[in-house]
Design a protein around this ligand. Structure first.
Ligand SMILES: Nc1ncnc2c1ncn2[C@@H]1O[C@H](COP(=O)(O)OP(=O)(O)OP(=O)(O)O)[C@@H](O)[C@H]1O
Length: 291
């Protein structure tokens, strides 16, 4: 497991990452979300050891991480970092060799990834002749070249259309080992909500929400969407309040007691055609957390 503990970074007087703590669990896709300037890239750089923290540490399986261990990670930096004027296959082979693969194994691995990423026919083309989506694929392939033990991706989906995002996720699922922790940053909350097992929300350099995506969504207020024949019964509810109406539907938050009791109360007074849990999208959780 990869752990970030109390990580901080100051530039002069400005504390841009402020005691950030979270885990990236094995085999889980963790989304690192925050507005522009929240501190995601700075945190990821410190995680990878390319930027020194002002305070705090990074742990790998509970012990301070070593340079050797970091070398086994895959990293896609914000500034990318492949050579625009080198052919795809040459640079993947070059990177694989930097990671210690011999020439035959490096060529085999590069060819496998290019083939799997649908780029085999482009293998002799220069990176900057590819579409943005394909360039991103090559960047991800580069991060995967040495079968990394952890994967840190800075905005891997930026600029991709929804189909390209899905295809990238499929490739990651196929190519990333089952116990590998994966952290990726994004400012697209809807995308993260859809893709991630775990979520860390950063705002102004601080973690404002962290946890399993499902639990964060389900852990919100106990809100129900209700449709009844006689809406006047909603004006006084035991252990619940009417939040708002939207056409025929009303949204009710249960503050105490069981939803079943509220349903029984309503059905005793009017016909109830809808009564189900309304889970807020994470954008709502984010807004609440950063208010
Ligand atoms: N070298 C630097 N010197 C001074 N300030 C910096 C430096 N690098 C980053 N910052 C500041 O630190 C803050 C966090 O930046 P960072 O790039 O980590 O945010 P981010 O969440 O990755 O944003 P984005 O989504 O825009 O990439 C910003 O206010 C940025 O201006």
């Amino acid at each position: 497991m990869l752990t970030v503990r109390g990580l901080s970074r100051a530039y002069g007087e400005a504390l841009v990452v402020d005691e950030v703590t979270f885990d990236v669990r094995p085999g889980r896709l963790t989304g690192f979300v925050g507005a522009n300037g929240a501190g995601k890239t700075t945190t990821m750089r410190m995680l990878m050891g390319v930027l020194a923290p002002t305070a705090g540490e990074v742990l790998w399986d509970g012990a301070p991480i070593t340079t050797e261990q970091r070398r086994t990670f895959g990293y896609m930096p914000e500034e990318r970092g492949l050579y625009p004027r080198m052919s795809l296959v040459d640079q993947l082979v070059f990177l694989a060799r930097l990671h210690g693969l011999d020439k035959a194994a490096a060529t085999e691995r590069a060819r496998h990834l290019l083939d799997h990423f649908g780029l085999d026919e482009r293998r002799d083309d220069l990176l900057d002749s590819l579409s943005l989506g394909n360039q991103q694929r090559v960047q991800v392939a580069a991060a995967l070249i040495h079968r990394p033990t952890a994967l840190i991706l800075d905005e891997p989906f930026s600029g991709l259309d929804p189909l390209a995002v899905d295809s990238m996720v499929e490739l990651l699922n196929d190519e990333v080992g089952p116990d590998v922790p994966v952290l990726f940053s994004s400012h697209q909350l809807e995308l993260v909500e859809r893709l991630c097992d775990d979520l860390v929300i950063l705002s102004g350099g601080r973690v404002v929400v962290a946890g399993a995506t499902d639990e964060l969504r389900e852990g919100g207020p106990l809100r129900y969407r209700v449709v009844v024949d006689d809406p006047t019964v909603l004006e006084s509810l035991p252990g619940a309040t009417l939040d708002r109406r939207d056409g025929d539907a009303a949204f009710v938050t249960i503050s105490e007691g069981d939803p079943a009791d509220l349903l029984a109360h309503l059905t005793g007074r009017t016909r109830v055609s809808e009564f189900h849990r309304h889970v807020e999208p994470l954008a709502h959780v984010f807004r609440e957390a950063t208010r």
